[in-house]
Design a protein around this ligand. Structure first.
Ligand SMILES: Cc1ncc(COP(=O)(O)O)c(C=O)c1O
Length: 342
């Protein structure tokens, strides 16, 4: 029997129904703006986000980088939470492509309005200081263990950022998980920002794609940068159809991923060898520690039954997604209990 694969929610594979929707998609050349399925996906995502317009992009990385390129000038400063994907896991793209630098705000991924106010710089008369022009909010926060910033807390940091003259971009790779965890609609988060990147290929189960949303003027700028980076795609409706299918059918299933993550967390927390605060598990991600054992060794000991990833020097990450069902959860709990409960 194959191990239960909890390494990432990017591992989901398209269902038969999603593949059928892809095969049936009406397509055209999207660089000419003639792919009706891409147009439909962009309109649907923008409506869900409470934004004016959308732009289909191949990846969450491209969505984030187009936002930085569109909002910032070379030499600007971008505020990010600790461990943010946009500065830690995008291969230095912000520095190379947009020529920005990053300032980390707060601890654990999210931050308070006071921390945003304290971190935001304006330039001085002599021009020593790089001006902060963009705040990026990753929600849920991956390195923060799937931590959720609710709409009210988000409103406070957005207000602090705006008062300091910053734009706000949400890295919403898992914003649908934040909406699911709080019961608030997606637009209660995404509608507050100047731009948001929504991933279709994480918990929603599409094979490819993200939609960057914002005002029509912002999307016009981002569209040009997408072309520059080689992200203009031709009969992309084949891919957009998977995203449309995911938006129509898969959003409600995220709640089951969250419940399974909580159940694994409770089982782990009951093991004396494991360090885990169950309250820290707010969505589909579980981060735990096994003091005295290297994460790579723990992952190797579990690997033939359940696959998880070392996450930094002392932590391990397990991520629930739509390709792991209740049977997978039962097997994962049995494996961690056998290997770590001994
Ligand atoms: C929070 C976050 N943002 C952005 C991305 C980038 O997405 P992609 O892998 O589609 O470039 C990821 C990928 O896992 C992510 O976790």
């Amino acid at each position: 029997m194959l191990p239960v694969d909890l390494r990432s929610d990017t591992l989901t594979t398209p269902t038969a129904a999603m593949r059928a929707a892809m095969a049936a998609a009406e397509v055209g050349d999207d660089v000419f703006g003639e792919d009706p399925t891409v147009r439909a996906l962009e309109a649907k995502a923008a409506a869900l986000a409470g934004q004016e317009a959308g732009l289909f992009v191949p990846s969450g990385t491209m969505g984030n980088q187009l936002a930085i390129l569109s909002w910032c000038q070379r030499g600007d400063d971008v505020l990010v939470g600790e461990g943010a994907h946009a500065y830690l896991y995008e291969s230095g793209a912000g520095a190379v492509l947009a020529g920005v630098q990053f300032t980390v705000v707060g601890r654990g991924g999210h931050f308070t309005p006071a921390e945003v106010r304290a971190a935001a710089h304006t330039t001085d008369a002599a021009g020593h200081i790089p001006p902060s022009t963009l705040l990026m909010v990753e929600n849920t926060h991956n390195r923060g263990g799937g931590k959720v910033m609710g709409p009210a807390a988000l409103a406070e940091v957005v207000a602090a950022a705006r008062a300091a003259g910053l734009r706000v971009h949400i890295d919403g790779a898992r914003l649908f998980n934040a909406a699911c965890a709080t019961g608030a609609p997606l637009a209660a988060f995404a509608g507050q920002a100047d731009s948001v990147s929504l991933c279709l290929s994480k918990g929603l189960g599409a094979p490819v794609g993200s939609v960057l949303c914002g005002s029509a003027a912002f999307i016009r700028r981002a569209h040009r940068y997408r072309k520059m980076l080689g992200g203009g795609m031709r009969q992309a409706g084949i891919l957009a159809a998977a995203g449309l299918h995911a938006l129509a059918h898969h959003i409600p299933d995220l709640a089951a991923d969250h419940a399974r993550a909580r159940a694994l967390a409770e089982a782990l927390a009951a093991l004396p060898a494991v360090e885990l605060d169950v309250a820290s598990v707010q969505s589909n991600i579980v981060i735990f520690r096994v003091p005295g054992r290297a994460p790579a060794d723990v992952c190797a000991a579990l690997a033939d039954q359940v696959r998880v990833l070392p996450f930094g020097p002392d932590a391990i990450r397990a991520v629930f997604h739509r390709d792991v069902d209740d049977d997978g959860l039962t097997r994962a709990i049995a494996a961690v209990t056998a290997v770590l409960g001994a």
